[in-house]
Design a protein around this ligand. Structure first.
Ligand SMILES: [Zn+2]
Length: 335
């Protein structure tokens, strides 16, 4: 597609979606074509538009610096903020810089994953992020996995018909405060079901990337084949959950949160994945291995780091909270 056709198609896209975005106070569509610094933006934006179109869904990146994503059920629209896109780029870079996946360690460029004044740059035609080609290719695989999880989480809300129940709630955000008439327990159950859907999408994509890279970049496939794919996806997603906790803070009162703690989301994914009935019945060894890797990533960044964060998901109160949510999950899971 030449530049002019790109422009025309993008302008049509924004003219069509902007009235809806404005109606829901989501901010204008982001000027994807004008950002020349983040080389991941254009290819991944158009790729996601094409992928979501197959499910009759529109896709938008909103002009919003906060780290957020959501779905407008009645409009068949999945959106992420530019803040989310930028943070995912930086998180993928941090994971790569840390060398935790066995690749070459590199110097980090971002102290704060959510500092929009210092946006992610790189992957322009002339300037890759890393000198090492394998690490650059690894970044693409990890970023793709993170993005597919965020979109897959939102699709999970649609596929599990979360918009059909509690119609007063039109939008669903990844970080919103409690609104509407759903109980907090229902809200958390919905989020955990959507997480599982996102996990499945991310795992499918990661396995596809690994098999594709067997030919295009055998070094990347070799690195990623060292870890089993469930562990690898949970590691990448737990980094995401931890980043979200770092950005939005952690309130000790679960009833005021629309989403559970990062470590709790990671723990529950593992529990649902392996059909544990409660947090105590298994999975600690796998979880600890994953969390050690996540800690290494965040220790590499000098951002606020709380190495005790796993304990938040294993207290008596949290186990009781989880038991209540676990009983609610079947109501919100149709897929
Ligand atoms: Zn959600």
């Amino acid at each position: 597609m030449n530049t002019l056709i790109f422009e025309k198609s993008f302008n049509r896209h924004t003219e069509y979606l902007n009235p809806t975005l404005i109606k829901y106070n989501l901010g204008f569509h982001y000027e994807v074509l004008e950002n020349k610094e983040n080389g991941l933006l254009q290819p991944f934006f158009f790729k996601l538009c094409d992928e979501l179109k197959k499910d009759n869904l529109d896709f938008a990146i909103t002009h919003d610096d906060t780290v957020n994503a959501g779905v407008l059920y009645r409009e068949n629209l999945v959106f992420i903020t530019f803040g989310m896109f930028d943070s995912l780029c930086k998180l993928a870079e941090l994971i790569c810089c840390s060398g935790v996946l066995g690749n070459e360690k590199s110097e980090k460029r971002y102290e704060n994953l959510n500092f929009i004044g210092n946006p992610f740059t790189g992957f322009k035609k002339t300037k890759p992020v890393f000198d090492c080609e394998t690490t650059s290719k690894l970044l693409l695989v990890i970023f793709d996995c993170l993005l597919v999880f965020v979109i897959g989480h939102e699709k999970g809300h649609i596929d599990n018909a979360h918009g059909n129940i509690g119609q007063s709630k039109i939008t669903e955000d990844i970080t919103n405060t409690i609104t509407g008439n759903l109980s907090v327990i229902s809200q958390h159950a919905k989020e955990l079901v959507a997480d599982l859907s996102g996990f499945n999408h991310a795992k499918y994509r990661l396995n596809y990337s690994i098999s594709k890279n067997k030919h295009t970049s055998p070094e990347v496939s070799k690195l990623l084949n060292n870890i089993d794919s469930d562990t690898l996806v949970l590691f990448i997603l737990t980094c995401f959950f931890k980043m979200m906790d770092n950005i939005y803070g952690v309130s000790p009162d679960m009833t005021t949160r629309s989403h559970p703690y990062a470590s709790f989301r990671a723990h529950t994914l593992l529990a649902m994945k392996f059909n544990y009935k409660n947090l105590e019945s298994g999975g600690f060894d796998s979880l600890n291995a994953i969390l050690t890797m996540v800690d290494e990533v965040f220790e590499y960044s000098s951002a606020r780091h709380d190495s005790e964060w796993l304990k938040k998901s294993t207290t008596k109160e949290m186990s009781e909270w989880y038991s209540m949510i676990y009983g609610e999950i079947p109501k919100w899971r149709v897929t």
